[in-house]
Ligand binder design. Structure first.
Ligand code: GLC
Length: 410
């Protein structure tokens, strides 16, 4: 990818400044908060992205700290022992929403395995992998044991917050979301209160059937992270465990392909379970491209997905990738998860393109993301047509733009 050294330097300075500003040292832990105002706590997938950003900035110690802090609130006992919460509160304050002062009661896309593998690969640190391997195994075993009641190898989420795409049109029908942001927020809080009434017990929540979704992207991340753990186990010399994780990853990929892929279009959709019946949530979003990231489609199936991605009328405006197809009548270029462009989503999509050899498209996406950030600086999300920054200013994970450069150059 063509990037001059002054552009590279500017981006690096911008990202380094933001993560420095958001550095938190508390109670023997340190982590990077997502932003100064709206997001003061530690979030699970954010911290995994931050770990990767710190590696790009050459600070592997801070990368390790993000993961250690995240694991410090792993659920120790009870039916959901092993769960890693999606939020840690190091100064308390979680009680009202969750009934637990120091952590939330739900999880988020399981990126820990990949983040740890990257620390091992890029910082050459197997000692750290050894240190966190057992808690990681417990987390991924918890997902399999508690979030897959139908035993189809795909895991379910119990609240839109667990997807990381809090306000997406993917959840409109099931959660009752619409155009009114405040109402959507109230619904999310209500859904949380109902789960709190069940003590956030995964089995009870899924049995209640209020919100039971097997999301495409969450499951692709799950598969890729099981593969990352297979790599870690192999490097640690645990050959049997490595085979076991590799087999689990294979089964999840197979289930994604057989249950989520729509044979007529080759596109992938989330599965909702409603009243014991399963059906596809047919909303076109970039979650459809995550199977590329997880190595799910055959080489012959991948081009159809990439054609859809590169279509200027659906997913390829000036600043791709909007979080819903622009052809969806609900597309909203300035709304939270309802059509805006997010750097973390671009980072996943780019890796899928690289894995299947679509280097030109991958570099094109990196270049446009670089331009987006150079012109507008770091924001939580952006208008895909104009590039205007929206949501929280200086959002830390948008620093993944520098990892997109690393990916384009390796
Ligand atoms: C919002 C996002 C979620 C993210 C959090 C912190 O809630 O929807 O994905 O983890 O902010 O950045």
């Amino acid at each position: 990818m063509r990037l001059d050294s002054s552009e590279r330097e500017r981006l690096r300075e911008m990202v380094a400044g933001v993560v420095k500003k958001h550095h938190v040292d508390i109670g023997g832990h340190s982590y990077t908060k997502p932003s100064s105002k709206v997001y003061e706590q530690q979030w699970l997938w954010d911290s995994c992205f931050h770990a990767i950003i710190h590696l790009d900035l050459g600070d592997s110690e801070q990368a390790r700290s993000e993961i250690r802090a995240m694991l410090s609130r792993q659920v120790a006992d009870g039916p959901d022992a092993g769960m890693v919460p999606h939020m840690n509160y190091f100064t308390g304050g979680g009680e009202a929403l969750w009934g637990t002062p120091d952590r939330s009661g739900i999880t988020q896309p399981p990126m820990l395995g990949s983040a740890v593998r990257e620390i091992a690969r890029r910082a050459g640190d197997m000692g750290f992998v050894r240190e966190v391997f057992e808690p990681l195994c417990r987390y991924y075993s918890w997902l399999a044991a508690r979030r897959d009641p139908d035993g189809d190898d795909l895991v379910s989420i119990i609240h839109p917050w667990e997807s990381g795409w809090d306000n997406s049109q993917r959840w409109d029908e099931l959660a009752g979301f619409g155009e009114d942001e405040e109402r959507n927020k109230a619904i999310r809080n209500e859904m949380c209160a109902r789960l709190k009434g069940l003590g956030f017990d995964s089995a009870a929540a899924l049995a209640a059937g209020w919100f039971d979704v097997e999301p495409v992207d969450f499951n692709c991340i799950y598969a890729e992270n099981l593969a990352a753990l297979a790599w870690c186990a192999q490097e640690l010399g645990f050959a049997d465990t490595a085979c076991d994780f590799a087999e689990r990853a294979r089964r999840v990929r197979k289930a994604i392909r057989s249950k989520m892929r729509d044979p007529a279009t080759g596109l992938y959709f989330d599965i909702a379970r409603i009243g014991g019946e399963e059906r596809h949530i047919r909303v076109e979003t970039p979650a459809m491209f995550f199977p590329l990231f997880a190595g799910v489609p055959t080489a012959g199936e991948a081009p159809a997905l990439v054609r859809r991605l590169l279509s200027p009328s659906s997913f390829w405006p000036r600043y791709p990738v909007p979080t819903v197809s622009m052809e969806d009548p609900r597309f909203a270029p300035d709304r939270y998860w309802r059509g805006t462009t997010w750097v973390n989503i671009n980072w996943f999509v780019m890796q899928g393109l690289l894995l299947y050899g679509f280097r030109e498209a991958a570099e094109g996406l990196a270049r446009r993301t670089v331009d987006l950030v150079l012109q507008n600086s770091l924001w939580e999300y952006y208008d895909p047509r104009t590039g205007r920054g929206l949501g929280a200013e200086d959002l830390s994970w948008s620093g993944l733009v520098i990892d997109m450069i690393t990916l384009a150059e390796t």
